[in-house]
Design a binder for this molecule. Sequence first.
Ligand code: PEP
Ligand code: MG
Length: 582
Amino acid sequence: MTFSIHGLAVARGIAIGRAVLVASSRVDVAHYFVKPEQVGAEIQRLRVARDAVVDELQRLQIDMPKDAPHELAALLDVHLMLLQDEELTSGVVHWIKTRLYNAEWALTSQLDIIVRQFEEMEDPYLRERKADMEQVGERVLHCLKGTGPLVTQAKRPQRPQQELQLGDTDVPLVLVAHDLSPADMLQFKQSVFTGFVTDVGGKTSHTAIVARSLDIPAVVGARTASQLVKQDDWVIIDGDAGVVIVDPSPIILADYGFKQRQGDLERERLARLRHTPSVTLDGQKIELLANIEMPEDTAAALTAGAVGVGLFRSEFLFMGRQGHLPDEEEQYQAYRRAVDGMNGLPVTIRTVDVGADKPLDESRHEASHLNPALGLRAIRWCLADPAMFLTQLRAILRAAAHGQVHLLIPMLAHGSEIRQTLALIAQARHELDRRGVAHGPVRLGAMIEIPAAALSLRLFLKYFDFLSIGTNDLIQYTLAIDRADESVAHLYDPLHPAVLRLIADTIAECQRQGKGVSVCGEMAGDVAMTRLLLGLGLRSFSMHPSQILAVKHQVLRSDTRKLAPWAAQVLDSEDPAASLNP
Ligand code: PEP
Ligand code: MG
């Protein structure tokens, strides 16, 4: 039966495919396809792992001390019984044979089905066996680890679009999960999935931001999607409307297939603008820059025609590393790859911004979980750990010897933080000099993302060469709306008069003082905001590479002489959203 689930639209386009449900705890399980001729070996790998766990449990049974509690023996019996249950093995074998899933993926898919069956049982004793099933599955997964091929995220080979048929092993797959951390999302950059749905998350949560950078349709904040969608269901993800349609009828499928093709055509049309200079009708040059998460993203930035990187979110180098932070050499190599990747165009490296919804896997500052968005995040975290910060600063300054680097500091609010930061940058240079290591000049910038910063512009412009407005956080902190919380997403309003006033004043003050200013929050890549930002005087936008051409399209049709008086009116209006269309 067809039904739809509503969430928040975060990444454009339509994806149609079978659902793959992934529990958050199993996101790091390898997902790849085996070749048809490897099916036998993959099934064998599964059997070996299962038998190893059976042996282990049987040994435990034999070695169990005589006075061990009776429950322990009963528990082992249950685990052995579940492990040897045909439904588990035959189900997993089915996924391997019919879908060519690797053993780990097949196992987690089948576990998900069985666990749900347990959840639906009336009998509380049987319902509780769900936890046993999960433990047994974990043991087998653990055994499988290290026995598979090295490639963990092999890409599906490109094939022309096909008719969707049940039983087909080559249909698109969409990922459905309760939650994914930004680091998990990053893992999926090279994955087989053509769309994402998560239960939680706001429009500018970092999970959504990475989904957008993958340039595949995504819906977040879809509340109960991971409970309502079943493994292998057919699903349509409408990333424009924020809707997920489950088990669509043939008519609905045809309709969305048409929309999908329209979207492809639109992209082809936009691609022709790649080499067109970004200039308004009245001759204003507009700088379109890219936001990246990894050095390798510079390729997409150049393909989209970006004239530089306006925001390299360096924290992605620090995530998912089990507490081992990258050392100076590793960071230097990464920043250098980004600088080299841009072929002489400027690269703005933002110092690490962890905390809030971008946790490191191991919290080193436990108090932050109390209210992470207001806690020890970004520059606060860096100033609390100067050794870590100095390591990053030295690596960035070294990379600056190889090209144009701008150094951007997030989350500043206080004069004392600014002065400490500048002192540490000077110290990092001094340390490099002492070691005789080459380093280069940087332009120094501050993010304006806390209202206090937007209201202290003279202080900021005294110390910095340029400002970059982080609208994602500026909105969050101005309106007291957690950007990652879907329950207050309707109040997260980029067009709130207070937000627009802070943005407008920042742009105007920078212009007055002849300093550079750009917007690097999600507003910069939203085509509905382009004309308003142009009208407010913005001439530099930084966004995901996938958004650049659509924004350029808007720029080419705009006349800033007409937009300026209109934007002034919008700014003064009680309801800017209503007067957005000139
Ligand atoms: C912002 O806050 O707008 C920004 C660009 O930084 P981030 O989204 O990484 O917090
Ligand atoms: Mg921010």
